[in-house]
Design a protein around this ligand. Structure first.
Ligand code: C5P
Length: 319
């Protein structure tokens, strides 16, 4: 509770986390599994306007386009969708919703508000059926991690969750963004199921995020944070928020920064409890959320009651 209030105000620190989470963070820092070497400069203390300006200048949504090896030699130029992700949605999208999978969205009755947006982004295996009242039923884009594509429990090939939506997949690559190394040794091999899915469903827009986009966002989080953040990719949630900030006029994010309904229930759709889902262990989630808190233009009451943050689209940002 104390941590939640600090998060709402934007002055939380990892030192306030449960010792178990602090220990896990320390282990990830020492392991540095993805070979992160931060070469940027810390710029903590930027105002919201300065932050937005930095984001507008630096954030370029990038997906694999098949033009670089090893993908170029594997015929990926013809395999990936002909229309790039950035040009797929109409430019006139006014407001978009990003709906996280946090357990705190249960009993929120936010469904109607969420569906009123022009486009709705959801994550991984988060369902709408049976939860419409709280999460709505419209899905425009779904961001999926490489485990969704590879773990048989998700039935990626025939589950209706992954049909009739724009799919955006990602996998943790080395910080160097060496595509050869990544192709040989992805965290989970998403490449084979991606190729198969593209061949069988050529009309469904389906992209893989470029590692440069992912690590660029990591650099931005570290740059704007006083503490040393976990050297692991940002969560799907943060990737989705920045994706929608690039595509929409305004982005409404639900239950990323928790509301008064905060709970250890990891996902609204499964009975699994772990505070790490909300505050982070592998992902630098606490720091992502502190950064998003600084960007919030919405009302403080909406943050507390709805767990809602309102962010300007990057196109509208004037520097
Ligand atoms: O767990 P999963 O990655 O599928 O959830 C989607 C996103 O929702 C996460 O990447 C995270 O950003 C956000 N989330 C959260 N708190 C939770 C569960 C998910 O902030 N309890």
């Amino acid at each position: 509770r104390a941590l939640l209030r600090r998060l709402w105000k934007g002055d939380a620190s990892a030192r306030m986390l449960h010792p178990r989470l602090q220990k896990a963070m320390g282990a990830y820092l020492r392991a540095n599994k993805h070979g992160v070497r931060f070469r940027g400069r810390r710029a903590a203390g930027r105002s919201r306007a300065e932050l937005l300006c930095a984001l507008r200048g630096r954030v370029r949504v990038r997906t694999l386009d098949g033009s670089e090896p090893p993908f170029s030699a594997l015929g990926w130029r013809a395999l990936v969708p002909a229309v790039p992700l950035g040009r797929l949605l109409p430019r006139g999208l006014r407001t978009c919703a990003v709906v996280t999978s946090a357990g705190a969205i249960l009993n929120s009755s936010l469904g109607e508000e969420i569906d009123s947006h022009d486009a709705v982004l959801r994550f991984n295996s988060a369902p709408t059926r049976g939860y419409e009242k709280d999460v709505g039923n419209k899905t425009t884009v779904r961001i999926i991690n490489s485990q969704i594509l590879t773990n048989p429990r998700h039935h990626f090939v025939d589950n209706s969750l992954y049909k009739d939506v724009i799919l955006v997949a990602w996998d943790p690559a080395p910080y160097s963004a060496n595509l050869h190394l990544w192709y040989k040794k992805p965290d989970y091999n998403l490449f084979t199921p991606y190729v198969q899915h593209r061949q069988r469903n050529p009309d469904q827009p389906f992209y893989i995020l470029h590692p440069k986009f992912i690590w660029q966002l990591w650099d931005i989080i570290q740059e704007n944070t006083k503490e040393k953040i976990q050297p692991n990719p940002p969560s799907s949630g943060f990737l989705g928020i920045l994706l929608m900030m690039s595509l929409c006029g305004e982005v409404h994010v639900y239950e990323y920064i928790p509301s008064v309904r905060q709970t250890d229930l990891c996902h609204y759709h499964e009975p699994y409890y772990d505070a790490a889902c909300t505050l982070g262990a592998y992902h630098p989630l606490l720091y992502e959320k502190l950064l998003v808190q600084r960007l919030n233009t919405g009302a403080q009451g909406d943050l507390h009651r709805k767990g809602k943050v309102v962010l300007p689209g990057l196109r509208a940002v004037r520097c």
